[in-house]
Design a protein around this ligand. Structure first.
Ligand code: NAD
Length: 345
């Protein structure tokens, strides 16, 4: 029921904790500490049942091992989920901080879905092993990771366009952007500044319309965005957006965006490759945020060194694309194999 669970991947440890006073229920999965302490955010989410929460923690923590290794960070992979069975209070966040502290630094937390940088400051009352705190005088890097993630997606998208279309600047390149929130909004602004032509969509239609007006872009209803005829589809909203149906309908040469777990099922990477579309593996292109979070945690970095680390995403993706062409393999399979080698699996 556990060691033979489909998403169990020789995780080093999984911790389940409960605090009766605050109602905290949390699962912390440590996939690998081969390269360093396990780093990955904490998600506050309403799960259908405990098994779904465990599955999420197992899957997300393995993804963090891959992401941190491929970003060249001295960190392993972990992830925490806090069940949304009781309201998120400061008492619950402090209890969560105490659980993290009890792990003695094997796991380092930060914000994920349902958590804010303010929440991280509450967790920090009880543990030193937390990052993603607001930027302050003595902490030049940190804060909202969204703009840093957008910076990495921008250079990664540029690498994909160069490889697939042989174009070395984005002027006139048409990008269909799904989701214009923290990352997608910042990315759209960078793309517009680089001269790209944009089509935007967001379930918050007013948000997409306002940004489209600001940037001189087009906007379409959410149902249509995966079918827009463009050079690039950039998913920056939900996971599992690339499945057999959406892949068959894609009308682009490149898929490059920030969303986590874009491929709905094993085999979807091969499906994209079979259509002649170049896919930028999600955990490689969207590492800008974790690069900034880890720089904050380890200390001693400047905005310039963080920017340099994020700029390296461009060359890393170019190497993956070349290796995929050479081996006749899908890009996600090439990246997975590289990541597993780095974590000693
Ligand atoms: P966000 O909540 O700020 O923005 C998401 C946007 O997508 C919102 O504007 C939302 O209205 C929109 N949206 C939701 N469902 C949609 C749909 N079906 N169609 C179109 N739009 C939809 O989140 P974010 O921080 O920008 O993150 C976006 C994605 O990138 C997520 O998958 C996240 O896991 C991933 N990611 C984010 C970071 C980061 O630093 N924030 C880092 C790595 C990966």
């Amino acid at each position: 029921m556990f060691f033979d669970a489909p998403d169990f991947d020789a995780h080093e440890s999984v911790h389940v904790a409960h605090d009766a006073a605050s109602g905290l229920k949390t699962i912390i999965a440590i996939h690998s500490t081969h390269l360093g302490p396990a780093a990955g955010g904490v998600r506050h989410w309403a799960y259908a049942d405990d098994a779904a929460a465990l599955t999420d923690a197992l899957r997300l923590s393995r993804g963090m091992s891959y992401k941190n290794a491929m970003a060249g960070l001295p960190m392993g992979g972990g992830k925490a989920v806090v069940l949304n069975d009781a309201p998120k209070t400061d008492a619950m966040l402090e209890a969560f901080g105490a659980v993290i502290e009890g792990l003695g630094g094997r796991y380092v937390t930060a914000e994920d879905v349902g958590m804010s940088d303010r929440d991280m400051t509450v967790i920090a009352r009880r543990t030193a092993h937390v990052s993603g705190l607001p930027v302050s005088g003595n902490r030049p890097v940190g804060g909202n990771p969204g703009p840093w993630t957008a910076q990495g997606v921008f250079v990664g998208l540029r690498a994909a366009v160069a490889h697939k279309l042989g174009r070395h600047d984005l002027s006139g390149v048409h990008v269909a952007v799904q989701g214009v929130g923290s990352v997608g909004g910042a990315l759209a602004r960078k793309l517009a500044a680089a001269g790209a032509r944009l089509t935007l969509a967001d379930i918050d239609a007013a948000r997409a319309a306002a940004l489209a007006a600001e940037l001189g872009a087009a906007h379409v209803p959410v149902e249509g965005i995966t079918r827009v005829a463009a050079d690039v589809f950039s998913p920056n909203a939900l996971g599992a957006v690339l499945d057999a149906e959406t892949i068959a309908a894609l009308n682009v040469a490149v898929v490059a965006g920030a969303a986590n777990n874009q491929l709905a099922a094993a085999g979807d990477g091969a499906r994209i490759a079979a259509r002649g579309i170049l896919y930028a593996p999600d955990y490689v292109i969207n590492a800008g945020g974790i690069i900034n979070v880890v720089a904050e945690y380890l200390g001693g970095s400047s905005i310039e060194t963080v920017s340099q680390q994020i700029a390296a995403i461009e060359g890393r993706l170019a190497d993956i694309f070349v290796a995929a062409d050479r081996g006749g393999q899908p890009t996600d399979a090439v990246a997975d194999a590289m990541a597993r080698r780095l974590i000693g699996r």
